[in-house]
Design a binder for this molecule. Structure first.
Ligand code: ATP
Length: 348
């Protein structure tokens, strides 16, 4: 499996460097033949190449079997390409799959749960994603901004399908999160498509919750959810909440998947408050890599890859229980030491 790895900015390089030994350990143990090529995006690329993303990276990403992207400081690059948006849009990675679950050993305030937020990734209230050219947020006069949200039937249909397909292999429950009472047309169409796809999966139970009420439900009783499907910005916000409810954003692995390509990417940002201090939790990156191995294994029908993904999840569970972790979830280890201990566990 050929992987293109782009560590990114802030804590990106630290968590990537700490996660790679775990990947190498499973590659050896399950004979996966993982071949890692590393390149630059973000600040390092801007310094070296004068751009945050070189166009040739797209070809390298297309030819790879998977992409790993660290967090990038998009807001610090006015006028430059946002690497995350670039790959999501160019490779049509429409499904951002963000699991959140609790672990033995991390105290939870709201009980144990295991859910997945499935977030549409290619349109919605994201100014950099909606237009063929130019952005969908406009400064009409110095005192007037118009932000457009694009919602298409095709994107609603395919994100709903991604959610139902996941739910079939889990607890067979999909929750549609929306604001259809206000965004009657856009979220109305989203709901219509979710319901339509749902009719193809009669074994899957569904319910519908308005996004603001969802914040209360997610905090009050997260265990009632299995798979949650929603539009881009609602999913971005909701998945930070569910990640934090599980213990830390540092546990928030995620994958951006399309029909032909996928990109592992932790749910969180560059965490400038802890960058360069050997404090960041690398499990978000490790778990994102596991999701990528699982995606590849399912697509190529290669059991060794899905088994490797399960082994990584189990090793993370055991590390959390043994407190071989960073301080955000109660451990005493640094980023690098946490990665090294996990790799050792995976080699055992
Ligand atoms: P950005 O602007 O790049 O989104 P941010 O700090 O606004 O950065 P996040 O990076 O998502 O947003 O971080 C939110 C909080 O979660 C911060 O307090 C950060 O330190 C913490 N955090 C994020 N990722 C991790 C991690 N891997 N390990 C530990 N804490 C993390």
């Amino acid at each position: 499996m050929k992987l293109l790895v782009l560590p990114g900015d802030g804590i990106g390089p630290e968590i990537t460097a700490a996660a790679l030994p775990a990947l190498r350990a499973v590659s050896q143990r399950f004979d996966l033949g993982i071949d890692v090529a590393q390149d630059l995006v973000g600040h390092d690329s801007l310094r070296k190449h004068g751009t945050t993303v070189r166009p040739e990276l797209l070809e390298l990403a297309r030819r790879a079997d998977g992409l790993v992207l660290g967090p990038t400081a998009a807001f610090e690059f006015p006028g430059e390409i946002n690497p995350s948006m670039f790959f999501r849009k160019k490779l049509d990675l429409y499904a951002n799959i963000r699991p959140s679950r609790t672990y033995e050993g991390i105290p939870t305030r709201f009980g144990a749960f295991d859910l997945i937020v499935v977030r549409e990734n290619t349109e919605g209230f994201y100014a950099d994603r909606n237009m063929e050219s130019g952005g969908s947020e406009m400064l009409v006069t110095p005192d007037l901004v118009v932000s457009l949200r694009r919602i298409t039937r095709k994107c609603c249909e395919r994100i709903a399908r991604a959610a139902f397909e996941l739910a079939v292999g889990r607890n067979k429950h999909v929750t549609f999160v929306h604001k259809g009472n206000v965004l009657k047309m856009g979220d109305g169409m989203f709901l219509e498509e979710c319901r339509k796809v749902g009719r193809e999966f009669p074994q899957v139970k569904t319910d519908e919750i308005i996004v603001d009420a969802m914040m209360a439900h997610a905090v009050r009783n997260p265990r009632r959810f299995d798979v949650i499907v929603t539009t881009n910005m609602f999913g971005d916000i909701l998945s930070d909440l569910t990640a934090e409810l599980s213990g830390s954003l540092g546990l928030a692995g995620s994958i951006n998947a399309g029909d032909t390509h996928a990109m592992a990417q932790a749910s969180h940002g560059t965490a400038p408050d802890i960058a360069g201090k050997n404090l960041a939790n690398p499990f978000s990156m490790v778990l994102s890599m596991a999701l990528l191995l699982d995606w590849h294994g399912r697509r190529q029908k290669l059991k060794a890859f899905t088994n490797a993904a399960v082994a990584i999840e189990k090793a993370v569970e055991a590390a959390v229980a043994a407190r071989e972790t960073t301080s955000d979830i109660g451990g005493k280890l640094g980023t690098a030491e946490t990665g090294a201990a996990l790799a050792k566990r995976l080699r055992a």
